[in-house]
Design a protein around this ligand. Structure first.
Ligand code: ADP
Ligand code: MG
Length: 265
């Protein structure tokens, strides 16, 4: 009986190898030992086995994406402290991370002052998308415009726009920190236009929409661009303190005050 069971386990390992499931293969002995000991049910054992494989697959997808997407860091939803930023609706952010907006080619705009987590949440959406097997790409507005300008000079603008339309999710970070020339604003508009209703764009800005006209040096084009962005769009408006400055805020406040009181000032 024991020998039959042993050879069955051998076959299970061989099947996992054949199916190219190294994550499950690595976990299977431990999971079966727990099942033998009666600490997990059969359903739990199967769940753990499949989860082990999914975790490995998602890690691989993420590693591939990190090489090609230009994401500047790994920031996940799990690392985000919602208690620090009460103006953010946790349910809205969690729902976005379920990625339905990608299916519908909807956009996300994250607005707020520096340090409130706009880039963090834009990256965590991109990472969730990459883990689900989608192609993602990250750029600051300045970097994306630079690459489009180079392509235009080389006579490749149409091709570059097509390449940037390919990812299911494109992050355009830091709209508003640097002023954009009218020429460059045309490239930004063309990029938004190319992706409009085809694929999702996640945009971040420290400036409200009413200020985009002066950022882009052209009120009429800014209005046309905002019109397309907002056509199918989720807006996350963050009002709060900079997370980067939190240590300094603690130092500046009398010890008797707690953090939630400080956050309201
Ligand atoms: N609520 C938060 N919980 C955890 N880390 C945060 C939070 N908000 C911001 N951070 C971290 O603080 C730093 C600044 O945030 P970032 O997203 O770059 O701000 P923004 O893009 O709005 O200027 C980053 O390292 C980010 O991971
Ligand atoms: Mg940022």
């Amino acid at each position: 009986m024991k020998r039959v069971e042993g050879s069955r386990r051998e076959r299970v390992r061989a099947m996992l190898a054949d199916l190219k499931m190294p994550g499950a293969l690595e976990a299977v002995d431990g999971i079966l030992a727990q099942a033998d000991g009666g600490t997990v049910t059969a359903t739990e054992a199967i769940e753990q086995l499949l989860s082990a494989q999914i975790v490995l697959r998602n890690n691989r997808r993420l590693q591939t994406a990190m090489r090609s997407s230009r994401l500047p860091a790994i920031k996940t939803l799990a690392q985000f402290d919602f208690a620090f930023q009460p103006s953010i609706k946790r349910e809205q952010i969690q729902a976005l991370h379920e990625l339905g907006f990608l299916e519908r080619a909807e956009n996300v705009v994250l607005l707020g002052p520096p340090g409130v987590g706009k880039t963090h949440l834009a990256i965590s959406l991109a990472i969730a998308a990459a883990e689900s097997g989608r192609r993602v790409y990250y750029g600051t507005l300045a970097a994306l415009i630079e690459s489009l300008t180079e392509a235009r000079t080389a006579g490749n603008l149409a091709r570059r726009l097509r390449v940037l339309t390919h990812p299911a999710l494109l992050v355009i970070d830091e709209i508003g920190y640097l002023p954009v020339s009218q020429d460059d604003a045309v490239l930004f508009f063309q990029l938004i236009n190319a992706r409009h209703e085809r694929a999702s764009t996640v945009l971040t800005s420290n400036k409200g929409f009413e200020e985009w006209g002066s950022v882009l040096g052209d009120e009429v084009m800014a209005a046309a661009l905002i019109d397309r962005v907002l056509h199918h769009c989720h807006i996350v408006n963050i009002r709060g303190n900079s997370y980067r400055m939190r240590a300094h805020q603690d130092l500046l406040r009398p010890a008797s005050e707690n953090r939630s009181e400080g956050a309201r000032t």
